[in-house]
Design a protein around this ligand. Structure first.
Ligand code: GDG
Length: 482
């Protein structure tokens, strides 16, 4: 039997300890949103960090049971406190995440981070060896695992291994700063397929490979590029990720619209400097200064979901963001009007859909973003087709949706303020035309399209080829150990 084994740094459900008790929590972020929709009720084994340093039997079982309830087979890997600090917060989120999102100044190129990165990639390689069998397909996700296929191969395991990068790939100028740049590229080239969101990401990757790796031959062939390297062929493709259109559309039809005498501007982001939250507030403030006729006529609702990454940049971002919110509310607000409604917690899914459905403008202001699913979710939920998507040029989604959105450059505060006004005043026929086009596009190129296109290129398979997760599914050897 050929199984699908999925690897991501964090499982979709992780354990959190609160006042001495263990709680299973849904992990935030786009990777989980997307993969949950592809893998739900599929007999795929999902491997990742379980959220705690120790993996006692009780924790393993809690994760396993919580996963099964949601329709997933989850296999937690433990990380020591040192690995959480150096691999997760250090190399992955203190070097790769900022650099690949053009925040070079936030990078801390510490050699011990690199050592931890190698160690944890090796640890995952051993896990894959233990839990997979010949003929299984291994699907690895994101920037935490550039070296994983190399270590899997070193263990003598010859499985098909494919990789998808959920974040952008930087230009050579940025990538070359990494002291371990060649090892990273050589590690990546051990995958059978490498997938990116956009053609620009793929181009940047190929440019870096071309400059830095000896003995590669890039054979340009569309739609999938092939590289010959060490006697084998590596495929490199573009697979723009998407959402479960039907889920958002259906949910929106079940939920009552939020009515208000004010226009609703809506934003929902994880607390992350890449999302352009500070620039967004500055542009909103400028809008209120320039266009006082909108005072008391708009509500700006911004949800900022907490980030699992524990780094000083996120603490200072939160402080700066909250300072700006109070500055705007203190400057322009009155007893009957709060200009910014700030939600500092994860919104319930139903509330999220309600705001997507009701918003006049949904505002995605990323400084840099691999894709960004928020705009796509908004369009799928905006069933009345009256909302406008204001989208940063620097989100991968812009390369796909640019014709039917109002594009903004988040650095251009003045123009973004004007574009917000334009969005609020867009004639109804134009709004309908844009939203209709967006919805048609996202309905066609949905998450199943993404999953199928990727799995087909990687393994010659479709999602449907993997059997469903049955209630009484006989547990794989690995689960018997739990
Ligand atoms: C990475 C890449 C790429 C957010 N707040 C709440 C909430 N969310 C959900 C959104 C959306 C997801 O989290 C965020 O996804 P994004 O795509 O916007 O961004 P990242 O988390 O940075 O994801 C990104 C993605 O991977 C997939 O490849 O698109 O570029 O950075 O689904 O709805 N959900 C709920 N409450 C919240 O408060 N329920």
């Amino acid at each position: 039997m050929e199984n699908l084994v999925v690897v991501s740094a964090i499982l979709p459900i992780h354990i959190k300890e609160e006042n001495g008790t263990l709680k299973a929590e849904v992990s935030p972020g786009g990777l989980v949103t997307a993969l949950k929709q592809v893998l739900k009720n599929k007999k795929a084994l999902w491997v990742g960090w379980g959220g705690t340093p120790e993996l006692k039997e009780e924790i393993k079982r809690t994760i396993f049971e919580a996963g099964k309830k949601e329709g997933f087979l989850l296999y937690p890997v433990s990380l020591t406190n040192e690995e959480i600090t150096d691999f997760f917060n250090g190399f992955s989120n203190g070097i790769i995440w900022p650099l690949f999102h053009t925040f070079q100044a936030y990078c801390r190129f510490e050699p011990q981070y690199w050592e931890a990165y190698k160690k944890v990639n090796r640890k995952f390689a051993y896990t894959i060896k233990d839990i997979s069998s010949e003929g299984d397909f291994i699907w690895v996700h994101d920037y935490h695992f550039f070296l994983l296929p190399k270590y899997i191969r070193e263990l003598g395991i010859n499985r098909k291994i494919a990789f998808f990068l959920h974040i952008p790939f930087p230009t050579p100028e940025l990538f070359f700063k990494i002291p371990w740049r060649v090892e990273i590229l050589e590690g990546l080239l051990e995958y059978d397929l490498i997938g990116f969101h956009t053609f620009l990401d793929r181009k940047n990757f190929l440019d870096c490979v071309d400059e830095l790796v000896e003995g590669v031959n890039i054979l340009s062939r569309e739609p999938i590029t092939e590289i010959s390297y060490k006697g084998k062929r590596v495929k490199v493709g573009v697979f723009p990720i998407s959402i479960d259109f039907e889920l958002y559309d259906r949910k929106a039809r079940e939920i009552e619209k939020y009515t208000s005498d004010k226009k609703i501007i809506f934003g929902v982001d994880r607390l992350d400097y890449t999302k352009g939250l500070i620039h967004k507030l500055k542009a909103y403030k400028r809008f209120l200064e320039k266009y006082p006729e909108y005072h008391k006529r708009v509500i700006f609702m911004q949800t900022v979901a907490p980030n699992i990454k524990k780094l000083p940049e996120y603490d200072s971002l939160k402080v700066e963001f909250e300072h700006l919110v109070s500055d705007i509310n203190g400057t322009f607000g009155s007893i009957d009007w709060t200009p910014v409604y700030y939600v500092a917690r994860r919104m319930k899914f139903d509330d999220l859909i309600r705001f997507y459905r009701s918003a006049d403008v949904c505002w995605v202001n990323s400084i840099k973003d691999g894709m960004n699913l928020v705009g796509k979710e908004f369009a799928a939920s905006n069933i009345d087709e009256t909302g406008v998507l204001m989208l940063s040029e620097f989100a991968g989604a812009a390369t796909e949706l640019y014709k039917d959105v109002l594009l903004v450059n988040p650095y251009d505060i003045e123009k973004t303020a004007d574009t917000l006004k334009e969005a609020l005043e867009l004639p109804l026929e134009k709004k309908r035309e844009y939203m209709k086009n967006l919805r048609e596009h996202i309905k066609k190129y949905n998450i199943s399209w993404w999953g199928n296109t990727f799995l087909d290129a990687a393994f010659g398979k479709k999602i449907e080829d993997f059997p469903p997760l049955e209630e009484d599914y006989p547990l794989h050897e690995i689960f018997k150990q739990l």
